[in-house]
Design a protein around this ligand. Structure first.
Ligand code: NDP
Length: 453
């Protein structure tokens, strides 16, 4: 670690105590950017990274709501408006009991670089609540979403800040949030993305993150003249990103053998085919059940409980070629990374945000596998959100083919940027440096142009 990164991190830790995920995200970026600062001291003089680290605005608010039994609940709501140098704040909302300020700051920080990589005009933001939607009725979810929007509506707008979904926030929640915003503001605008197709949503938005992570893996494999055909893949999670990752992998001829939720994972040696995927979509999106039920239906598959206190995850300990972590942050630690390599995995494309610890990242980089960090590999979701904003502004929807083609082009472009930046700064094949540097330069130059604000 350079002296610059050391002193920067000491300050970040002091100023932002108890936010380990935020420290982790900043440290990874700062390491990459030291390569840039050696050649371009002007960015250091202008304190660009120091400015990016400090959110432009943080909003926290009380979310009181009454459930269907008349009981009062109080949750905490957040919106982190991280950086608006290249466009309105843009980033998802997460509803999960683990949500803290530090988690949302790490996500908002990552989002700044990711959005810049897409080449679309979007700044970075993130928000959410410690509300737990699991097992709650539609009515409870609606009441919470309305209470959440009763405050959030003051701070967002189609040219200011445009939230989307993330963990625990899918089409249902976006619908309730949008409805309440429309009522409060009395205007129909593209203030949220991930909307339903009948009311301003874009085709391919639900699919975009998962499809994009697979396109990114295909781009990486292409550098070795290989394809995904016949590759065995480990996928974690079973939500939005995981489902569409599996769908695209099947389409490209790969075999998927795992899926998980926060309780456990299933291993299906025969592979998850379209029919089984349909079962999972129904299970997770309609019945909102647990992944364990997969083995009730498909008896040959094996379910294993995941122990959150164990020092490794058995999900990452199966023979495979590719891994698509698509659940949550830090789901692959150093030991898991070693296990993946030992089992033959040489492609990791991150659908989730920061699913690999710093130790795990170092192991992947040292092994020189094809490692696509989340900032680059999962940027397809926000990219299509950006395309949804464009369609809303034009009041003109595009066809599925048109959106998918643009998504592919954007992922191709992000991959190219990563390769070129990694090479330009002396670390060929290092997608982490490539993504961090590529994302940074555009934002940094815009910040310099706009003065100290
Ligand atoms: P969903 O809520 O649809 O699914 C999340 C999945 O991950 C569920 O299977 C959930 O299991 C599991 N999960 C959540 N938290 C944990 C945890 N602490 N430990 C183990 N498993 C967990 O969310 P998404 O699919 O949208 O998001 C998944 C990841 O992808 C996140 O990191 C998100 O930030 C990232 N991402 C999402 C984008 C999007 O467009 N949706 C865009 C870019 C990145 P359970 O049901 O038990 O909670």
């Amino acid at each position: 670690m350079s002296d610059y990164v050391k002193s920067l991190m000491a300050e970040v830790r002091t100023k932002n105590p108890a936010e380990p995920e935020f420290h982790q995200a900043v440290e990874e970026v700062a390491e990459s950017l030291s390569l840039v600062f050696d050649r371009h001291p002007e960015y250091r003089t202008a304190k660009i990274l120091e400015r990016i680290i400090e959110p432009e605005r943080i909003i926290t608010f009380r979310v009181p709501w009454v459930d269907d039994q008349g009981e009062i609940h109080i949750n905490r709501g957040y919106r982190i408006e991280m950086n608006s140098a290249i466009g309105p704040y843009k980033g998802g909302l997460r509803f999960h009991p683990s949500v803290t300020l530090g988690i949302l700051k790490f996500l908002a920080f990552e989002q700044v670089f990711k959005n810049s990589l897409t080449t679309l005009p979007m700044g970075g933001g993130k928000g959410g609540s410690d509300f737990d939607p699991k097992g709650k009725s539609d009515l409870k979810i609606m009441r919470f979403c309305q209470a959440f929007m009763n405050e959030l509506f003051r701070h967002i707008g189609p040219n200011t800040d445009v939230p989307a979904g993330d963990i625990g926030v899918g089409g249902r929640e976006i619908g309730y949030l949008f409805g309440q915003y429309k009522k409060l503001r009395n205007e129909f605008t593209g203030v949220l993305t991930g909307k339903g197709l009948n009311w301003g949503g874009s085709l391919i938005r639900p699919e975009a993150t998962g499809y994009g992570a697979v396109y990114f893996a295909a781009e990486m494999l292409n550098t070795r003249n290989q394809t995904l055909e016949g590759k065995t893949c480990l996928v974690s999670g079973s939500g939005n990103v995981a489902q569409y990752t599996v769908e695209k992998l099947l389409e490209l001829g790969a075999k998927v053998v795992t899926l998980s939720d926060s309780n456990g994972y299933i291993y299906d040696e025969k592979g998850i085919d379209y029919e089984k995927l349909q079962f999972i979509k129904e299970l997770k999106n309609v019945r909102r059940g647990r992944i364990k039920e997969y083995t009730d239906r498909y008896k040959h598959a094996v379910y294993t409980v995941l122990d959150p206190n164990a020092d490794y995850s058995p999900l990452w300990d199966h023979k495979a070629h590719c891994a698509f972590p698509s659940a949550t942050q830090n789901e692959i630690n150093g030991k898991d990374a070693e296990n993946l390599l030992r089992n033959g995995v040489y492609v990791v494309s991150e659908g989730a945000n920061m699913p690999t610890t710093l130790e795990g990242v170092k192991i992947f980089l040292d092994a020189k596998i094809l490692y696509g960090p989340g900032k680059a590999a999962n940027a397809g979701g926000v990219a299509v959100s950006g395309l949804e904003m464009t369609q809303n502004s034009m009041r003109l929807p595009w066809t599925r083919e048109e959106v998918d083609q643009r998504l592919r082009m954007i992922i191709h472009g992000i991959h190219k940027t990563c390769i070129e930046m990694a090479e330009r700064f002396g670390t060929p094949g290092n997608y982490v440096n490539g993504a961090n540097i590529g994302g940074f330069l555009k934002v940094a130059d815009a910040m310099i142009d706009q003065g100290v604000v």
